[in-house]
Design a protein around this ligand. Structure first.
Ligand SMILES: [Fe+2]
Length: 239
């Protein structure tokens, strides 16, 4: 694991470094105050969004959605979490500056180029799946897993939005590097970004599992942004 500030990474080969270090954190990549105001914005917006249990396949020009995942029925990894998909072809509900900066940063460092939201790589069509993740207080979690089963090995990029010890108290994201578990929340602050190699084990331990689960008002807990590259599988819907 290696920790940087943005000014120190411009000349680094992050692609190589991720494989070596497994986890990279860049402190203060975004302004904390803007992260908090965007969180309030998205919390308001999602009150008006339908609550889906199943969202179906993603495709070019799909609308944003708000999905609650409980169990291991449709995703690869068992979880209790909420996902708000914010596709870049839609009007931004929140985090516009942050998501745009993050995509530019990742594309520059990984040598990626898109045209009209689509990346062509290994004869596949990939798109950015930009999502706000919410692990609710009262037990939100994600099983230990590795990424990269559907995206040609491009690492996911994450943004820390909430702080352990302030917004929630128990649980949080961890990495397993060489059989050693690292509670990454001890290092992360809102506005930091972090990413890991696709073969690095990680998960989210249950968030405040002893606290009451407020199903009618899922607001508290751990929030993060996750940017991943996904393959467009439904060719018919791609124009
Ligand atoms: Fe993951």
């Amino acid at each position: 694991m290696k920790i940087f500030y943005e000014k120190n990474v411009s000349k680094l080969n992050l692609k190589k470094l991720i494989e070596k270090e497994k986890v990279i954190i860049i402190k203060k990549f975004f302004k904390k105050e803007k992260i908090f105001s965007n969180l309030q914005k998205i919390k308001k917006k999602i009150k008006k969004m339908k609550f889906l249990k199943v969202s179906g396949p993603n495709y070019y020009l799909k609308k944003n959605y708000n999905r609650l995942d409980i169990g291991d029925y449709s995703q690869v990894n068992a979880r209790f979490s909420r996902m708000i998909a914010l596709f870049e072809w839609n009007k931004y509900e929140a985090f516009e500056d942050e998501l745009k900066k993050l995509v530019i940063f990742r594309d520059k460092h990984l040598g990626l180029n898109k045209e009209k939201f689509i990346y062509i790589y290994n004869k596949k069509r990939l798109y950015n799946l930009q999502k706000v993740l919410h692990y609710p207080s009262g037990g939100g979690f994600m099983n230990k897993h590795t990424d990269g089963y559907n995206n040609d090995g491009f690492p996911n990029f994450l943004v820390c939005i909430t702080k352990k010890g302030k917004n929630y108290f128990d649980g949080g994201a961890y990495y397993e590097i060489g059989k050693k578990e690292i509670d990454v929340e001890e290092i992360l602050d809102p506005g930091d970004i972090y990413f890991h190699s696709t073969n690095t084990l990680h998960g989210v331990r249950s968030i405040d599992y002893k606290k009451k689960l407020e199903l009618e008002n899922l607001n508290k807990g751990r929030w993060a942004i996750n940017l991943s590259l996904e393959e467009i599988k439904n060719e018919k819907k791609y124009l």
